[in-house]
Structure formats: C-alpha cells, structure tokens
Design a protein around this ligand. Sequence first.
Ligand SMILES: [Zn+2]
Length: 196
Amino acid sequence: MILAPAKQKPVRATPVDDLHRARLLRFVQKGQNGSDCWKWTGAKKRHGYGRIRINFIEYTASRLSWAVHNGRDPGSLDVCHSCDNTECCNPKHLFLGTHKENMEDAVYRGRKMGFRAVGAPDNKGEKNPMAKLTQAKADQIRKLYRAGGVSYGDLARRFGIGLSAVGKIVKGERWAADEKQREEYREDNWTAKPLV
Ligand SMILES: [Zn+2]
C-alpha cells in the first residue's frame, strides 16, 4: 500500500504461517453469511479487540487476521474496521489506514466516545452521506484507489464521506453497477493470497 509509514508496529516477530491461521480461526465464530462479522471468542484487550498469544508472542486478533489473509505484515499501518466492531476478524471488514485516520474515523462515527462526536452527522437512512454519491463518483473512487498513491482517508476527505463508506465502495459492497461488477471488485480486493 501507499501510505507513508509512521512508527514501526510489526504484527509479528516470526513469519505468520498456517499455524497462526489455524490458531486464529479456532477462536473465531463466523456468521451465516460471508459478510457477517467474525465474532472473537477468545481473550480481549482494551476497546474490545481480540487478543491471542502464539509462541509467546501476543497479537491483536483483527490485525493477525488481516496478516494471515493478505499474506503480509500491515507494518506501521493500523488495521481498521469498516464494521465498527473491534472484535471482528472478518478480513472483508478490515482495511489499512494510518493511526490518525483510524482515530478520526472512530471519533467521527462515535465509536471511540460511545456517542456521536459533536458536529458528526446522523448517518442513518436518507441522511447517510452515501446518498450524496453518484455512480460516477463511486467509480471514480474505485479508480483512484486502484491507481494507488491514495489512502481511504484521502478519498474520504476528498468526497466528504467516512472511511467505512470508502471501503464499502472500493470493495464493491456499495455502488457496484451490477452483480458482475460487485463480484469483480470483491475478487480484486479480497483474495486470500498464499502466505509468504
Ligand atoms: Zn465486522
């Protein structure tokens, strides 16, 4: 990815492999649909993030999930949740952002404070900023993101929408013209790659 690294925050001290995947999945409860959140049944850390220890190394569950499903270390970037559910380990709900973007997103959507931040919009139904978008704009967002060099945060600011909205568009969960396009974006952005 494209974002300038901040401070180093390695997900692992040893290579993440099939053992990590197996151990992680043991504590994951998947829903009926592929789009459901993956509930974490193991230990938790602050703010509800799952916690798991493998070979004496402690990992944040969602962060480890991103790593094992994408086959690489998120490095200095935060693994952010498009679903606002910090325990969730569904890789479809996880995306990379800078720590600053993650915090801004959390406050904006009222996750961090437990209520909506002052001035943040009520995003339900008609008031949802997604409603302000057009198909053309959504296509532009996907195009820009694919071209590289921009983060979810850049696009969120530019189009005046939240990070999770950007994520849903990029992954084709929103504003896909048809099922074929939805599938294409899903494949493109969510493919379990072989582990390195
Ligand atoms: Zn989720």
